[in-house]
Design a protein around this ligand. Structure first.
Ligand code: ATP
Length: 403
């Protein structure tokens, strides 16, 4: 077990890195095994481990569980931090909402601590359960051993590593028991109102075989001046979905019939312009160009981002912007371009017409307009997230990046 675990960490983590390794630690058996293994590996390499525990506030006992988890993590030698889900709880779909909130909290805390990788304790049993739930009609996806955090924009720059994906839950528990460990059993795991608990109960009665993880090949991709993506027309559905997601800066990739239709139109060689999930796709002989759909503004996205002096925020899921020493509002450049200073108007000419209206513009308290992408003085800084996100989503970044 230890050798398999170490092999995964050696493969994915950057040699010599000294930044903290974040671990999602619920206090349950899987993540206790994960934390112990991660500590043994990291301490030998001089890397600090930060255990993060999310209190979902869904059970009256959860504050006590969280306090116990923090105490346990610290006793084992990790730094530890509690995070609390304070948002409104929906009346239905609680597990999915809790999961989304958990991913956002874990990723934001990992990033804040300077960690680029967050370890999670999913096991082979989680993959079996996901397969069983899909067989019963759910859209549950397979946990993957490596990939970007699904939380956006909170998880930008953070990768999730699941080093226990080939280990069986019972083997981990036996290993913990041999070391005299005890752990918390979350009662929600046995609550048969949840599809996950039903799948778990059904699998406990069977000898299941774990299939190996599917591999996704990296695409040939070109970046159009960082603000748009170009894919070959033969790109796979996974790549097309990722291109829509990253060019549009949204949180949910397209899937199902609409995605299939776009992929088959691309394969057909037809020249067309289409929109999907917030992206505009222009297909010609040269390939397919993916840009943020400017007309989306009325429905969602492209909404203004108000920043206080010096504050950093993400506008439209595509640009990380840091205000100068004055407050500013970030809006789409479309409709404001005529108010740009002359040098910026000149610089704008170098951009494709489809990209111009969806670039960020900064509007100051007096109504002055400037674009952090075009301005030479760099007082308001902007980082384009499109490329980095696409590379992470399609497996082009397969190891812990440098900070
Ligand atoms: N409350 C929590 N605090 C911190 N980490 C957690 C918490 N709950 C789960 N995790 C992390 O996520 C891993 C998987 O747990 P679990 O299977 O409950 O999560 P999940 O996200 O619901 O799974 P899935 O991705 O299959 O929906 C755990 O091993 C642990 O690393």
């Amino acid at each position: 077990m230890t050798e398999d675990f170490e092999a995964v960490l050696e493969r994915r983590l950057r040699p010599g890195a000294t930044t903290p390794l974040a671990v999602g630690f619920s206090g349950g058996g899987d993540s206790l095994a994960l934390l112990r293994l991660a500590l043994a590996w990291a301490v030998a390499r001089g890397r600090p481990v930060l255990a993060l525990t999310v209190d979902h506030g869904l059970n009256p006992a959860s504050a006590g569980w969280t306090a116990d988890a923090l105490a346990k993590a610290r006793a084992l030698g990790a730094d530890a931090r509690a995070l609390r889900w304070t948002g409104d709880k929906p009346s239905t779909g609680v597990p999915a909402a809790a999961r989304a909130a958990r991913h956002a909290l874990l990723a934001a805390a990992a990033r804040e601590a300077g960690a680029r990788v967050l370890l999670l304790g999913h096991t082979a049993d989680d993959r079996l359960e996901a397969a069983r739930m899909r067989a019963e009609g759910s859209t549950t996806s397979d946990p993957r051993s490596w990939g970007p955090s699904p939380a956006w924009p909170e998880g930008r720059g953070v990768f999730v590593l699941r080093p226990l994906l080939d280990a069986r839950r019972q083997a981990l528990r036996d290993w913990l028991s041999e070391q005299g460990e005890t752990w918390l059993e979350d009662p929600a795991n046995d609550d048969l109102r949840f599809a996950r608990a039903r799948a778990r109960a059904a699998l406990a009665r069977e000898d299941a075989v774990v299939a190996s993880e599917a591999r996704v090949s990296a695409p040939t991709v070109a970046f159009e001046g960082e603000h748009a993506l170009r894919l070959p027309r033969a790109a796979s559905a996974v790549q097309v979905a990722a291109a829509c997601l990253c060019a549009a800066g949204t949180t949910t990739p397209p899937r199902g019939e609409r995605l299939e239709r776009l992929v088959s139109r691309l394969r057909s060689g037809e020249t067309f312009t289409a929109t999907l999930a917030g992206a505009r796709i222009v297909a010609d002989e040269a390939g397919a160009l993916f840009v943020r759909e400017a007309g989306e503004g009325g429905r969602s996205g492209l909404s203004p981002l108000v920043l206080a002096a010096g504050e950093t925020g993400v506008w439209d899921g595509r640009y990380e912007v840091t205000a100068s020493d004055a407050p500013t509002t970030i809006r789409p450049l479309g409709g404001l371009a005529s108010r740009l200073p002359a040098d910026e108007s000149q610089a704008l000419k170098a951009f494709a017409a489809s990209v111009r209206p969806v670039l960020p513009a900064a509007v100051d308290a007096l109504g002055g307009v400037s674009s952090p992408i075009l301005a030479g003085d760099g007082t308001i800084r902007a980082r384009v997230l499109i490329r980095e996100r696409f590379e992470a989503a399609t497996g082009l970044i397969d190891q812990e990046p440098a900070t």
